[in-house]
Ligand binder design. Sequence first.
Ligand SMILES: C[S@@+](CC[C@H](N)C(=O)[O-])C[C@H]1O[C@@H](n2cnc3c(N)ncnc32)[C@H](O)[C@@H]1O
Length: 567
Amino acid sequence: MNDSSNLSKDEIQKIVTQKIKNNTKFLDQINQYLHNQGIEIVKRYEIVNNVLLERDATNLTCSETIEWVKNKLSLVTIEKNEIYQIVFMFFGNRHFKKQLDQFYTPMSICNFINTLLIPGKKAIDPACGTGDLLNQYMGNITLVDKSDSVLEMTKFIKRNGTATIEHKDSLKDLFDYEKQFDYCVMNPPFGTKTIETNIDVLNKYELGKGKEKQEIGLLFVELGLRLLNKNGILFAIVPNGYLGNTKGDYIKMREMVINKYTLLGVIKLPDNAFNRSGTGVATSILIIQNKKPRKDYHIFIGDVKDIGYILNKKNTPIKYKINNEGYYEHDASLNPIVDENLSNIQKSLYKFVEKKKTHNLLFTPILSKCKYESFKKSELNANLIFDIKRYLDTFKKTVKILKKKCKTINEYCDNNANFKFTKKAGEYAYIDIKSVNTPLYKPNTYPNVTLPGRARYMVIKNDILISKLKGKISFTIITENRENLVVSNGFSVIRPKDKKSLVIIFANLFTEAFKIQHQSMVTGSIMETLSDDDIKNIYIKEDIDNDKYETILSSITILNRELITLG
Ligand SMILES: C[S@@+](CC[C@H](N)C(=O)[O-])C[C@H]1O[C@@H](n2cnc3c(N)ncnc32)[C@H](O)[C@@H]1O
């Protein structure tokens, strides 16, 4: 432990910065050193691992070299499991001449899941890749993957515990293992193009029966549930589309979970958590127990903002906490602190497990005051949306206040309005997201033959357009009577029922409450969007500064006219 009491702030920063440098550079330096000694790559890996695992390495090199490596590793402040992964990726990439990133789940996420598993039980990962998800589990582990070449690397990994590694197609070869495991963890392959087409396999699944094809990820979720014994728990990393898409099979999967099992929790990961493995898909961890569902119960929700890595940088280096003055934060031993909130979510989940007396999940009593967020099964609507955003306190509190004194957009709309049109010969003025500079718009003209396929709605004066996509909300109001004015399906179109409603809806588009509701109800994995129904269910205030917004509306009308005349 450093005695830092006599050191200045800058001196302390120098020490902390040096430690960060050690953490970043240690493996390059060790590799270079061993290379200079003429040691070949697989042996280098063995040496580093043996030192890490505190095993004898004298059959690999001289004791002086071992001491050098030991010393270098002793300066590293990163957690040991993380070091294992860094070492494996580093040497694996070189040895197998393959980018291992595609098989990788960030270590902080693996750690998080492992801290919830009770040691000594039976666990399986049926799409194990290199087996990261269960790397630290001290129990009876089964790792299965259908890729031979991946398993070659999985075997290469040094672990504390032992695992049975099996080369199988899990979707068709694991039925003998049904109801056998206390835990199933998975980060299965997903994507609408990753599909199973083998009819024999499909017919073995509730989600595949009678179909010509099915998304592999959905089948894996069903498989994971079937592998569980009574009270067994599935941890599945799935794209957010599985939680919010309102198409048949996604809802069917959610129905299966809700009708037959108990959904313990949904933990949203940051949107770019899997950037390193080349997917920008937004994901969540579903925690589901093989337990007959009660009529109503609480479902834990967690919103992970930081997993401890700079996700938009190459190789996603560790992210360290920086204070308001621009200094690295550190602990009493002057070790830098990793910037993450997974450990807070873990604490609140412990609290939840303790309070709800959940079977089979590990927890340590949290003595400090620690809150958790949850929602009740009875709050699920007909679409059974599991996406946590609409159950978080920020959203629920806003809606609770608004509900008392406000009505939804729906009540200010002409709900009989029809925006559909059939393309005819002639010219169209087309508004898409790029033609809107909130609150103004400038359409582009197209002959009917080249009009983009996304042109879906025909609009008239005073229609309001609101973008559906998550992020910055674009909106505008049609200020002209123009023939053949059409709009992309990236917008929701609203036709106010009268002038007063027009001003009320328009004024609310500028408010924080509108933004919170819009951003909380988006669903999907890559382009998260809001449905037309959800937009109409947004609560808006009637009590607005009418004169101000009427003036703004007149100004917009004049400005839009000018812009359109300019061409
Ligand atoms: C996204 S990777 C996950 C790797 C690992 N679980 C992790 O999180 O680091 C998905 C893995 O599933 C494997 N896989 C795909 N289809 C499979 C199947 N039908 N049976 C077994 N493994 C499969 C792939 O080979 C790949 O290693």
